[in-house]
Design a binder for this molecule. Structure first.
Ligand SMILES: [Zn+2]
Length: 134
């Protein structure tokens, strides 16, 4: 076991919330480059340092229960946003080959080939069959 691993033993370490805090701190830090004026620059500096400090504090914390509870609460808000964003990206990437439609019965998102004409579709989730025109 090396020195770092021994140091981190019993400490919380890294999680999704810490990753988010690091990225946010970095973005605020970068935004600071484009900000003119003494006061706004100091404010952004303090914010980015505080975010970085919070992430470091969480990583080194020995109160593992509390830190994982924070992460669980954060993930409840973060995961749906991430899922939505990844879906938008996928939809955009596949926009030439596939169309996304909603099942009229259960509202599930279905992906159909982007070919002109009438198609028979069966929802894999609820087995409802319907026709769709592209
Ligand atoms: Zn359905």
């Amino acid at each position: 076991m090396n020195k770092f691993m021994r140091f981190m033993q019993g400490r919380y370490g890294f999680d999704t919330l810490n990753g988010f805090l690091f990225v946010l701190a970095l973005l605020v830090h970068i935004a600071n480059i484009f900000v003119w004026g003494y006061i706004p620059s100091i404010v952004l500096y303090v914010v980015s340092t505080a975010l970085m400090g919070w992430a470091i504090f969480r990583s080194l914390s020995r109160n593992i229960n509390m830190r994982s509870r924070e992460n669980r609460i954060f993930r409840k808000a973060y995961d749906p946003v991430k899922k939505w964003a990844l879906f938008r990206i996928r939809k955009f990437r596949e926009r030439k080959d596939f169309k996304y439609i909603k099942c009229p019965a259960c509202k599930a998102q279905l992906r159909v080939k982007n070919q002109k004409g009438q198609h028979g579709v069966r929802c894999p989730k609820c087995r409802y069959e319907f026709k769709v025109k592209i």
